[in-house]
Design a protein around this ligand. Structure first.
Ligand SMILES: *Cc1c(COP(=O)(O)O)cnc(C)c1O
Length: 379
């Protein structure tokens, strides 16, 4: 018997710096649209290398504003991936834009670029690639297609802060990008997100729409266009600012945890390690989660149950979006439509992964995982 431990799937990593900044807000008078928001946006833009950064109250809100500011509307189609968190497709559905899915590459788990052109129709207006699990999608090839057909690119970078492709940060490779700061992401604001772009018009329309459709400098009750309340409050902005100032340290800690897992799980039968990059110059992965794949002979759900009984939290990341009841009903998607996505979805298991996961915890997870595979294999 191994001594039982409790290992959570994710955990925030907050220091005195973040707390100091949040307390500063609480001792002042400005709880929304104040100086923390301004600093968070400015420092974020500088870190990412974008001209503009517009903070919002979630990654989903950011995606929604970009869909609107690109002018995608009812009847339009946008090409995206069915292997993602549901928000990357829902943001299109919000505006009656059809998500046209393209299957994924079985190694990187990102959209299979070779299959994109076959899905382009006269109604196609854009491409929405997702940097899944922090692995940067090959945006140079996606841009070539976008240029050829006159399409806009929204990068869902919600899982990829700090990832790089061709030496440029994820989020800066398309027309605009979005980051998310939910507590399980690399950095958190509690709830929150950030839109980044070099395009002045997109930035201005997102800024206005997050604030009830007001233009900068207009009266509080003057609404120039349809808008929302997608504002990020000062407490959240302060937390984000503190986290952003530690981002290099955070990403380094995550690299270390990933490396420990890679070492421990290198030769475990029935387990394949997550993709960890092509080794190409200028490419950098940002570890969001640590998702292993189990061989078809291993019953993933039974393994997950066994781990849970041993105190270890895991998650099957992701389920195919096209098979969600809403998507089947609205767009008539069916099982078998995207076979790589469906097959991979059945085999994935996200293991506990956060900045401060210890070597002892990783050893425990590895030992229990091996035990689970031995006991639950279909043989
Ligand atoms: C987290 C995430 C989002 C949305 O972020 P929220 O802040 O939770 O709204 C969007 N897309 C992907 C791929 C994500 O992982």
């Amino acid at each position: 018997m191994i001594e039982k431990m409790k290992v959570s799937l994710s955990a925030p990593d907050l220091t005195g710096e973040e707390k100091k900044l949040v307390m500063q807000v609480l001792s002042g008078k400005n709880l929304s649209m104040g100086p923390m928001l301004d600093s968070f946006e400015k420092e974020f833009a500088a870190y990412i290398g974008s001209k503009h950064a517009i903070a919002v109250n979630s990654g989903t809100s950011g995606l929604h504003l970009l869909v609107r500011s690109m002018g995608f509307k009812t009847g339009d189609e946008v090409i995206t991936t069915p292997f993602s968190f549901v928000a990357s497709a829902n943001c299109l559905v919000f505006e009656n834009v059809k998500p046209v899915f393209v299957d994924i590459d079985s190694r990187t788990l990102n959209i299979d670029i070779g299959q994109i052109e076959a899905k382009i129709s006269p109604r196609t207006k854009g491409i929405l690639p997702v940097h899944v699990f922090g692995v940067p999608a090959k945006l140079d090839r996606i841009r070539e297609i976008a240029c050829k057909y006159g399409l806009k690119i929204i990068e869902d970078s919600c899982e990829a802060i700090g990832a790089e492709y061709l030496g440029k940060k994820a989020g800066t490779l398309g027309d605009a990008g979005v980051f998310a700061f939910y507590p399980n992401k690399q950095m958190t604001t509690g709830e929150g997100g950030m839109i980044v772009t070099d395009n002045d018009e997109i930035a201005a329309s997102c800024r206005s729409m997050r604030n009830q459709g007001r233009d900068e400098g207009t009266e509080w009750l003057s609404h120039d266009r349809l808008g929302y309340n997608y504002r990020l409050d000062e407490m959240s902005a302060a937390l984000g600012l503190g986290q952003l100032r530690r981002i290099e340290e955070i990403l380094e800690k995550r690299n270390r945890v990933a490396a420990m897992y890679q070492e421990k799980l290198a030769n475990v039968e029935g387990v394949s390690l997550p993709y960890s990059g092509s080794g190409a110059a200028g490419e950098k992965i940002s570890w969001f989660v640590f998702v292993v794949r189990l061989e078809p002979s291993v019953d993933r759900n039974e393994v997950a149950k066994y781990l849970k009984l041993s105190g270890i939290e895991t998650k099957p990341y992701f389920g195919p979006i096209h098979l969600l009841p809403l998507y089947r009903r609205l767009y008539r998607y069916n099982p078998g439509d995207f076979p790589v996505t469906e097959q991979i979805s059945k085999s994935t298991l996200a293991l506990p992964f956060h900045n401060n996961l210890t070597a002892k915890e990783i050893s425990y997870v590895t030992r229990v995982l091996k035990e689970a595979i031995a006991k639950t294999g279909k043989g």
